[in-house]
Design a binder for this molecule. Sequence first.
Ligand SMILES: *Cc1c(COP(=O)(O)O)cnc(C)c1O
Length: 360
Amino acid sequence: MNRAYNFGAGPAMLPDVVLQQAQEEMLDWHGTGMSVVEVSHRSAAFMELVKKAEQDFRELLSVPDNYKVLFLSGPTRAQFALIPQNLIGKKSSADYIQTGIWSEMAAIEGQKYLTANVIASTKDDAYTTVPQASELNINPDAAFCHYTSNETVNGVEFPYIPDSGDVPLVVDMTSSILSRPVDVSRYGIIYAGAQKNIAPAGLVILIVREDLFDRASAQTPTFGDFAVQLKNESLYYTPSSFSIYIAGLVFQWLKASGGLSAMADINQRKAKKLYDFIDQHDFYQNPVEKSARSLMNVPFTLADDQLDATFVKQADAANLKALKGHRFVGGMRASIYNAMPEAGVDALISFMQDFAAQHG
Ligand SMILES: *Cc1c(COP(=O)(O)O)cnc(C)c1O
């Protein structure tokens, strides 16, 4: 077998032990004689799986009791439309902080349901930084304030949690959730698609403060009404059972690995190695302001972009996969989520060293 180091931004690498367990259980899950994707989502065994996954997730993030956890299906970006509909209440606008392509897209979609006020944007800086906390002027009458904690494409991460006062703070945490501890009590809603740092695509996990379930607009589709999902314990419709199953295994793996503070230490170390290497070599560049650099997604360019295709091809041959940057920003991007072993980062750095020596 030839397991690669997959630096793709999503779908992303999963821990070997998790995939091995899934493989072992595939034909006969917990003595049912069926795989987990064949059993009824309303069977006691599957409902137990969902409950356990939720418990472990809550434990990892120390989710306070006044927050509910929902497992939803579909694309992450469905939330760009569903959150405005669920939170609009009697308000007519929401505030958006723009620091990259995902938060930009969230505001454009939100505008279909309310007045989406972009209260701060770093677009003029080519999304290489985040606004200062003091620059954020949140409208006290906004239904919510939305931001993206880690911009997956641009490699920009907030080093702080914005202070939105009494306005519910909503965060798209898709590409940084579970990479470090988080103070959940600062948020109205945390949401995250699974395919970056949790599980296969198809699952979106929401953490919603319990007072926010009472304000959905009448036009909110039933399947996307958070209160309906809550009442049905995340099983209103047939869920993406395989993703929830893998998520549950990943949560157990994280707990066995020391939880989120242990992950934070490892992630800091992995990212620091890679950024230090890039900063020390003129052949490589990372454009992001140091204080706002992502721990999870490290974009970089080569001194000569004519070499990009060769870099990707040779890296691929060296078992370092999916390093091509997003089509919007070009260059390379190394996504180093929880499941990327430190040895993978070391292998990348050593490859980059050789490549620069050959071509620099
Ligand atoms: C990947 C990503 C999305 C979009 O995910 P889809 O499931 O493809 O809609 C949204 N936000 C962030 C921060 C992402 O990284």
